[in-house]
Design a protein around this ligand. Structure first.
Ligand code: SAH
Length: 467
């Protein structure tokens, strides 16, 4: 450690800011955010500052005097002139205050850190002045990991701290708090359900056997594959989980974000191509939750788009397990963005339809071909590779033009991405010719003509060149 970290209560403390420009305003905002009431003194104070700080700070538009510094614990020197800055920093030191001079580390007793502010939860990051930009980058990472509603949970903790102390002796008390901050109480508070969190906290407090506290299950969408397309919430949940149940669509890049000591359970199709039955997945999630674990059920794309997320949530609720769904970027939007295809377009597509090309027992997909062909908008087919030829033939038979542009996006938004571009008429041939093997979606409609991006294979252009 290069500096001594400390969190100072500013209630009833004299904090003086010398300066009347943006730098002074920045420091004033910081002091006000921390519950202080700064005194800002300088011959000229910008109008906008007076307006913003009115009521929150005392503003004295006039030359500061040494007497103004008497009794100050902190003095910020936020002035442009080098000579004045040095002079006032020295005066403040003489008055016994700790000094921070904006952009003049040599005059500073302390620096202001990069801050993650969640109310009671405050995280301050310092690089000892060596790399403020680095501190900022770290701050952004931490911001992503700290729940936005952390303060609501801490408020609840503060409310029960005394009762817990009176009712639960150590070591059970430590377990109580561990469960409190990681289990369903936390999940409810983070989801904005403060009444529900409160209810559970009371129940846990009244049940002396705190080991029995249930866990929680988060059904989380992992997006199409690129870890950068995870939501901040998904990332936080993945990194917090005790157990992660994941399926085939979730790639290694994302799995590597799971905590090293967390349990990973693969529930997708195994080599023999036998998927873990749905009931078995649900049974295991419920079992883990009842052991008090924080469980993440990680699914490709969005859990509610052809992902059976609805069934899983129902099963968990029926078993009385607290469960939540975190959305993800679904394959259609993720792949469309990766392939430069706007799913809707003012001139070309007024709507977009997502369908599944999968059908039970390898039968033909049971879709309303007439309606789909008549819409003449963008059609996105999930799980449609093996039936692409049939799908194209049915759409054409029901009136969609043979020349309608079509694109196949394989492993969209991943490093192995391929975009095969052609027309509805040769969709089946395109798939065979390109040897599509990975997960792929079909995008059919005028907008598909714009397909472009990493891994492009333009079948139509190839055919033109060959002719
Ligand atoms: N819940 C998922 C879809 C699951 S169904 C979602 O919202 O995306 C599985 C199908 O999704 C695959 O057969 C494929 O059609 C599509 N898919 C998922 N990820 C994909 C990707 N990275 N690239 C292309 N298609 C993908």
């Amino acid at each position: 450690m290069d500096r001594f970290p400390a969190f100072i209560s500013l209630a009833d403390r004299r904090v003086v800011i010398l300066g009347g420009g943006d730098a002074a305003l920045g420091k004033a905002r910081l002091v006000v955010a921390a519950g202080g009431a700064p005194i800002l003194i300088w011959p000229e104070v910008a109008e906008s500052i007076r307006v913003e700080l009115s009521g929150a700070a005392t503003i004295i538009e006039g030359a500061p005097t040494r007497a103004d510094l008497t009794g100050a614990v902190i003095v910020f020197v936020a002035v442009d002139d080098d000579g004045l800055a040095a002079e006032w920093a020295a005066a403040a030191k003489t008055a016994g205050a700790l000094v921070n001079a904006v952009d003049r580390p040599e005059l500073c007793d302390f620096t202001t850190p990069s801050i993650v502010d969640r109310g009671r939860l405050t995280i301050a990051i310092s690089t000892g002045g060596a790399g403020p930009a680095f501190a900022k980058a770290i701050r952004e990472k931490i911001e992503a990991l700290v729940p936005a509603r952390a303060d609501a949970l801490l408020a609840l903790a503060a409310r029960y701290r005394e009762s817990v102390k009176a009712k639960i002796a150590p070591p059970a008390r430590r377990r109580f708090w561990e469960n409190f901050f990681r289990g369903p109480v936390a999940a409810r508070a983070y989801a904005g359900d403060e009444a529900g969190a409160n209810e559970l906290a009371i129940a846990a407090l009244n049940d002396p056997d705190t080991d029995k506290m249930d866990g929680v299950v988060h059904i989380v969408g992992a997006g199409p594959g690129d870890p950068e397309l995870l939501t901040l919430k998904a990332l936080r949940l993945i990194q917090d989980a005790d157990v992660v149940l994941y399926d085939r669509l979730v790639g290694d890049d994302i799995l590597s974000l799971i905590r090293r000591d967390a349990e990973r359970v693969f529930v997708g199709k195994a080599k023999a191509n036998h998927a873990v039955p749905q009931e078995e997945i649900e049974r295991r999630m419920i079992g883990f939750a009842r052991e008090g674990k924080t469980v993440v059920r990680l699914k490709g794309g969005d859990p509610y788009v052809f992902g059976r997320g609805g069934e899983e949530l129902e099963a968990l609720k029926a078993a009385g397990v607290d469960a939540y769904v975190t959305p993800g970027i679904t394959a259609a939007t993720g792949c469309a963005a990766a392939a430069g295809i706007p799913l809707t377009h003012r001139d070309e597509a007024q709507a977009v339809t997502f369908v599944t090309g999968h059908a039970k027992d390898d039968a033909e997909p049971d879709l309303d071909w007439g309606a789909l062909a008549a819409l003449k908008n963008t059609l996105v087919v999930y799980m449609g590779v093996s039936k692409a030829g049939v799908i194209a033939a049915r759409l054409i038979a029901h009136g969609r033009a043979v020349e309608t542009p079509a694109a196949i996006i394989e492993n969209g938004a991943r490093s192995e991405q391929r975009i095969v571009k052609g027309t509805l008429g040769n969709l089946g041939v395109m798939i065979d010719a390109a040897g599509v093997k990975g997960p792929a979606i079909l995008i059919i409609g005028e907008v598909a003509a714009r397909a472009d991006g990493a891994g492009l294979v333009d079948i139509a252009a190839q055919a033109r060149r060959a002719a």
